[in-house]
Design a protein around this ligand. Structure first.
Ligand SMILES: *Cc1c(COP(=O)(O)O)cnc(C)c1O
Length: 407
């Protein structure tokens, strides 16, 4: 008899966005409505920038000729991209990261999900609300205890509430690993350099590993917000940083991202000092054959002058969508957070209404789809998330409909 990994059987049935899609589909079909605007799932809408497109076309041409063909590449990524990252994302901000500490991948979802492969037993903490990948990947590895309807018994949830500016407090119990994502998905909020420094100092003191998801780094406009956790003294000893080109440059379908694991990040394994990047390298070489040459050429083009200019302008477009919607929500008397350093708005439901009820009102009355905050964890209750990744026309129309809403 085949035994399955029964940790999978403990996972709650469906994926949040599948639930939302099913409700929207049922609504469209029963009422024959065809003007539903989705501001729910966080997929980008603007096409790839010209610099990345040209680089990828060239890469395909190279692969089409015997003299310049590339087969399997290095599992950790091509040097041209790792050097561009070390220079463009780190050295340019005064942070010294060597290309050898950079591991190119097919995206940050895989990396943040797979990283549990190199971790042993220990207590995991997540901010709440949370990007579901962190929790589910620990559950699949049997490190989350049991699911109790809203939370996992073996995971420490760190509430991010309006009262504390959506910044988590240090855990009072002992934890071994903590996931931080700033600028945050789903809240669209940030941590300042000073706030993050508190976490780094705590992690150094208590020997905690910080898994820092920086997928929205490119959206930061506030100079008080660090672009990398390594801007903070001591962070190289305690943190892995994850980045992605998905939101930065519309690579959601192209697939490319990377993880940084500094040489200084070591653990004591029974008297032997082990570098985490050696374990990750071993893991990637065994289970991953590298991101595609074409994707990596496209990613490298983002670091050119034109690439930077073009991606910046798309990011400004998304941030202006956020500003537009935030203003409209404010005029209705709704409180919206985030949206200035991230492409998400975290909107408080009127009179503490449950987030799925507000989702239903927005769908029925305004034909708008948002994401109910409760789907991201217990502290998401009472909030909904709007993405700014849509097209401007959608926000203009959404604002018009919101004004007519009767709550
Ligand atoms: C979108 C997103 C990612 C990563 O996406 P990939 O497309 O897999 O690179 C990672 N973390 C967060 C928080 C995200 O929202």
């Amino acid at each position: 008899m085949i035994r399955v990994n029964d940790n999978y059987l403990k996972l709650p049935g469906s994926y949040l966005f599948a639930d939302i899609a099913a409700r929207a589909r049922a609504f469209r079909q029963t009422l024959a409505v065809d003007d539903v605007i989705s501001l729910g799932i966080g997929d980008v809408t603007q096409p790839l920038c010209d610099a990345a497109v040209a680089a990828m076309h060239d890469a395909v041409d190279e692969l089409s000729r015997v003299e310049s063909f590339h087969g399997y590449g290095p599992e950790q990524g091509y040097d041209f991209l790792r050097k561009a990252i070390a220079e463009g994302d780190y050295a340019s901000r005064g942070v010294k990261i060597s290309p050898d500490e950079i591991f190119v991948s097919d995206g940050a979802k895989s990396d943040t999900g797979n990283i549990v492969d190199i971790l042993g037993a220990g207590r995991v903490a997540v901010t709440d609300p949370v990007y579901p990948v962190y929790v589910d990947s620990n559950a699949m590895a049997g490190r989350a205890g049991d699911y109790t309807g809203t939370r996992w018994s073996g995971i420490t949830y760190l509430p991010c509430k309006e009262e504390n500016g959506f910044v988590p407090q240090l855990p009072s119990e002992k934890v071994d690993v903590v996931y931080l994502c700033f600028p945050n998905n789903p809240m669209g909020t940030v941590m300042t350099r000073g706030e993050l420094a508190v976490w780094v100092a705590w992690a150094v003191e208590k020997n905690v590993l910080i898994l820092y998801d920086s997928a929205y780094e490119a959206f930061i406009t506030n100079p008080a917000v660090p672009h990398s956790i390594y801007e903070i003294e001591g962070a190289k000893r305690v943190a892995i940083e994850f980045r992605s080109y998905s939101k930065t440059a519309g690579f959601t379908g192209v697939r490319c991202g990377y993880a940084v694991i500094p040489d200084e990040l070591t653990v004591d394994a029974g008297g032997r000092t082990v570098r985490l990047n050696e374990l990750w390298k071993r893991r990637q070489c065994t289970k991953f054959n590298g991101a595609s040459y074409i994707s990596q050429r496209g990613a490298a083009a983002i670091y050119t002058e034109e690439g930077r200019r073009q991606t910046k302008s798309t990011i400004e477009y998304y941030l202006s969508n956020a500003a537009y919607l935030k203003k409209a929500l404010g005029e209705m008397g709704l409180k919206a957070f985030g949206g200035t350093d991230a492409p998400y708005l975290w909107v408080k439901t009127p009179d503490g209404m449950p987030s799925w009820d507000f989702f239903d009102i927005l769908l029925r009355q305004a034909h708008l789809i948002c994401t109910p905050g409760a789907g991201f964890g217990p502290s998401g209750e009472g909030f909904v998330r709007f993405t700014a990744f849509g097209r401007r026309e959608s926000y203009v129309e959404a604002a018009r409909r919101l004004k007519k809403l009767i709550i």
